[in-house]
Design a protein around this ligand. Sequence first.
Ligand SMILES: Cc1ncc(COP(=O)(O)O)c(C=O)c1O
Length: 331
Amino acid sequence: MAGFGSVFMPEMTIARYDGEKWSPSEFVPSDKLEFHAGAHGLHYASSVFEGLKAFKHADGTIKLFRMNRNLARLANSSELLALPPIDVAATEQMIIDVMRKFADQTPEPPGSMYIRPTHIGTDAIIGAAASPSSTSCLFILLSPVGNYFSGGDNTLRLLIEEDGMRCAPHMGMIKSGGNYASALGPILHAKKTYNANQILFCPNGDVQETGAANFLLIDGNEIITKNLDSTFLHGVTRDSLLTLAKEIGMVVSERALSVDELLERVANPACEAALSGTAAVLTPVGTLIRDGEECTVGSGAAGPTTLKLREALNDIQWGKAEDSHGWLTAI
Ligand SMILES: Cc1ncc(COP(=O)(O)O)c(C=O)c1O
């Protein structure tokens, strides 16, 4: 399969906000997007997005996973970046409309249709660095995908970064392109210097998240992961996995975790660590690198609890287990 997110459906749904109201949504080609070169979003990064998936079930139906959560986060990101308010119900319908149009292009599991709602400030004014955009456009782009981490079940290598941070602390819970751009320099350095797949951002020793996924430490019957605050993204997958973990009797500790405690715990051969996210699902971590020193996580291989939790989540997404939480929406 082509690289994750590199193939697109030829059309998308789009709506525009004119400063007072949203236009009706329409289908337009997805290979171009028109707005003024002075658009606020291009210069001052008033731009937010989401990532969710639709899955094909054995009976041929297509189901969206926790769309309401992603749209609530898009609404929140838009508000926190002073973009116009989105119309959640209309945006939901835009997702359903474009998914219906391209339903037959949804890959079979383990593939899925990745859905990318994007909201950009479009005021043509480059003198407005200190004022918000009163107009915007919102579009829903579709990309059929397979595995995000191309290594399949290979474990990941993470560089622990204690000095820098992924983004400004008040921006972490906003899904905005600037956060990803701000993490690129350190990530490229980690790849080149340590052959790391990603950075685990731990400002001042506080274990936070990686560049594109949340971090879960699984120690025996307990999952430890940072408690929600404004510094990192509140993952929908994280929430789903913690819910499933509680249901199978695991103890979920949402609290601060220091790098020292993390390294002490992963030295235990039964300990596991994994990255959670819409793209990553739950991908095992095999190695942590601190100050140039490599620490193997548990056995170094994908752990049984990681695989069990991932399977429990995939079973719901793929329609192999009952959707007892009402997480799926038919298109
Ligand atoms: C920085 C970051 N953290 C965490 C996540 C996980 O969030 P979710 O589970 O909602 O996809 C993502 C997105 O996938 C992300 O980009």
